[in-house]
Design a protein around this ligand. Structure first.
Ligand code: PLP
Length: 377
């Protein structure tokens, strides 16, 4: 029945697990590593040891699988742990295609860790389908998509790239962290798996690290991920799962409100004489606005980046004049953040020097616009 309900209702219903012992309305946090076994060898509730499974993790995974339209979800201790698990499903000699502006640590993981294990990688402009097609090799096993991308907000056409991947016998995996399932459902557009840093919008309050993989069908890929999750052991604690589940209850409300403000801030900044360029897929001037409008059903998200007229020093100094935007890395919380991205990335960064990445929070939009107004001067 629940798959006929709307997203907001599913979000509440799927996280509302009543406890039989005390009839508590919210689920207790099961701070236990181990579960009692019967003399016949069985485990009454199916739980054995918390690395393998725990009631809080089970609930989180079931809820996220439902919200992303997948069969199965696997929770990890961070977004990077979930990305790591996805690459671990591949083998020596396999080839992966990633966006040339992928989340910086994704590329570094492939370079620092997986190159030694013989995994091959090609970087492409993932907003250009022809470039993706040209990068396909006989040993290509995975196309990694991140849309909108970090921090240039480039948009990739998920449906077309999934088709390219499938024709080549490869998987299409989408990092959906920035869009969230409120805006975009890659599994309904042909992707085989979705990844989230639940540290961001799912958690929503900058107080918990987490990652999750959602698999479209309960197949061989799901079996591999399950094995990597429980044997590799990079699992989230029961408390972390509980906190992320609490975030799910307000996910839609937060993301929609933050998106509305991001759209207004992007419009304002795009007309400011001291701004060179605003990167936001909701702007008509954005190169892939049409694709974004087609595949991002709920809106364009709450992340944007601003390229000011000036150099790195001027951009950094501007962050100091903003009073309501905390200068910090990360995103997706209720508090607005700003970051000079190039200087936290490393030698392979393609981010312009004059770019500031903005995560729009839940403060009143008039205050946020006024803050930029005074900071830009
Ligand atoms: C933050 C982030 C990650 C990494 O997640 P962590 O939880 O920090 O490990 C991956 N992809 C994107 C798009 C992110 O924003």
């Amino acid at each position: 029945m629940s798959d006929k309900l709307h997203f907001e209702t599913q979000a509440i219903q799927s996280t509302l697990v009543k406890d039989a012992q005390a009839s508590s309305v919210t689920q207790p946090i099961y701070l236990t590593t181990t579960f009692e076994r019967e003399t016949d060898g069985s485990y009454p509730h199916g739980f054995v040891y918390s690395r393998l499974d725990n009631p809080n993790r089970k609930q989180l995974e079931a809820s996220v699988a439902l919200l992303e339209n997948g069969d199965k979800a696997f929770a990890f201790a961070s977004g990077m742990a979930s990305i790591n698990a996805m690459f671990q499903t591949l083998k020596t000699g396999d080839h992966v295609i990633i966006p040339d502006d992928a989340y910086y640590a994704t590329e570094i993981l492939l370079r620092d860790v997986y190159e030694r294990w013989g995994l091959q990688m090609t970087k492409v402009d993932m907003s250009n389908n022809d470039a993706v097609q040209k990068a396909v090799q006989p040993n290509t096993k995975m196309i990694w998509v991140e849309t909108p991308s970090n921090p240039l907000l480039k948009v990739s056409d998920i449906e077309s790239i999934a088709a390219i991947a499938h024709k080549a016998g490869a998987l299409c995996v989408v990092d959906n962290t920035w869009a969230t399932p409120v805006m975009q459902l890659p599994l309904t557009l042909g992707a085989d798996a979705v990844m989230h840093s639940t540290t961001k919008y799912y958690g929503g309050h900058c107080d918990v690290l987490g990652g999750i993989l959602i698999i479209k069908s309960n197949n061989e890929l799901a079996e591999k991920i399950s094995s990597i999750q429980t044997k590799g052991g990079a699992v989230p604690s029961p408390f972390d799962c509980w906190i992320i589940s609490r975030g799910i209850k307000t996910l839609s409300l937060r993301v929609k409100a933050q998106t509305e403000s991001a759209g207004k801030l992007a419009e304002y900044l795009s007309t400011h004489p001291k701004v060179e360029k605003v990167n936001y897929p909701g702007l008509k001037s954005h190169l892939q606005h049409a694709i974004a409008a087609k595949q991002m059903k709920g809106g364009f998200g709450a992340m944007l980046s601003v390229q000011i007229k000036g150099d790195a020093k001027a951009a950094m100094e501007l962050t100091g004049r903003l009073k309501l935007f905390t200068t910090a890395t990360s995103l997706g919380g209720v508090e607005s953040l700003v970051e000079h991205r190039r200087s936290v990335e490393g030698p392979y960064s393609v981010t312009p020097d004059n770019l500031l990445r903005v995560s729009v929070g839940l403060e009143h939009i008039d205050d946020l616009i006024n803050d930029w107004k005074q900071a830009l001067g």
